[in-house]
Design a protein around this ligand. Structure first.
Ligand code: C2E
Ligand code: MG
Ligand code: MG
Ligand code: MG
Length: 279
């Protein structure tokens, strides 16, 4: 009987593994379909300054597939990364964001910037890096309005190559932001090696403000460290007024989260007035 149960459990396990693999294959196949059929679109989430004025937007990719419905980037980005589809996605996102940027500037002012997420694999793809550096050189990608968000994994994968690509981005006038700081394989040595402008404190810490003294202490330590390195600090995942007040009081210059704005498709964003900070 134990043997039977063991066998049943084994079959259950392998079935769910099968299902997970099947889902991945399906998502990966539908990504190609979606890129070809215009099923992806960009959502914009405001970043605000200490006076809660809009200083820019993070570009977050959205996907509605006719078979799968809405699929979140938390699911499809890792699958795209594993199945070599991420560079196609990134090329599409960068192109589309640059097409949409003039509309955002018209509405929110000449000083705004947009933040684009790069995957670690993008840094190793000459198709992506050539496209970006070429676009910056020709000003098809307007450097002064562009920030790239990268994670520490991008540095780890290919130290030398990543370094020269990021340096080239900096030289062309883009801003660089280190995303999800404090999670993953944080190594402080990256902060001295690389010329980044902004540290983004992961929402894991921000969400604990008001609940965990430890997370508050870590948040304050990150802000202080960033300041002593002359870096800007952006807190992501700000959901409550109390979190915002805490962060502003501790010297955090840039805030982002549902308190101010949900990631919003362009059309919806433009339908609202620019002079309200809650959008
Ligand atoms: P990320 O770059 O760290 O983006 C922040 C995530 O936090 C976004 O999730 C955003 O919607 C969510 N968020 C923002 N404010 C709040 C808040 O107040 N509370 C909570 N609970 N969440 C908040 P999203 O849009 O689902 O994206 C997840 C991840 O997918 C992103 O994390 C990023 O790593 C990746 N991603 C999204 N778009 C792209 C893209 O165009 N290219 C690449 N390579 N990755 C992308
Ligand atoms: Mg990001
Ligand atoms: Mg982040
Ligand atoms: Mg994150």
């Amino acid at each position: 009987r134990a043997k039977q149960e063991g066998r049943a459990r084994y079959e259950w396990f392998s079935l769910s593994m099968y299902e997970a693999t099947h889902r991945k294959v399906q998502v990966s196949t539908r990504i190609s379909h979606g890129l070809a059929h215009g099923d992806f679109y960009l959502a914009y989430q405001a970043k605000v300054g200490p006076k809660e004025n809009i200083i820019g937007f993070e570009v977050l990719l959205r996907w509605y597939d006719e078979v799968l419905g809405h699929v979140s980037p938390g699911e499809f980005i890792p699958i795209a990364e594993q199945t070599d589809k991420i560079s196609q996605i990134t090329l599409w996102v960068v192109k589309r964001a640059c097409e949409e940027l003039p509309l955002l500037i018209k509405e929110f002012g000449e000083n705004i910037s947009i933040s684009l997420n790069l995957s670690p694999q993008d840094v190793n793809s000459s198709e992506v890096t050539d496209f970006i550096l070429g676009g910056l050189a020709s000003n098809d990608i307007p450097a002064k309005h562009i920030e790239f968000e990268i994670t520490e994994t991008a540095y780890m994968n290919n130290f030398g190559y990543a370094n020269s690509f990021f340096e080239a981005l900096k030289i062309s006038g883009c801003h660089l932001s280190l995303d999800d700081f404090g999670t993953g394989y944080s190594s402080l040595s990256y902060l001295t090696e690389f010329n980044i402008d902004t540290l983004k404190i992961d929402k894991q810490f921000v969400s604990q403000i008001g609940q965990s003294e430890r997370s508050e202490q870590i948040t304050v330590a990150i802000i202080q460290m960033a300041k002593s390195l002359n870096l800007l600090v952006c807190a992501e995942g700000v959901e409550t007024k109390a979190q915002a007040e805490f962060l502003i009081e501790k010297g955090c210059e840039i805030l982002q989260g549902f308190l101010y704005s949900r990631p919003t498709p362009l059309k919806e964003l433009l339908a609202r007035r620019a002079d309200k900070f809650v959008i």
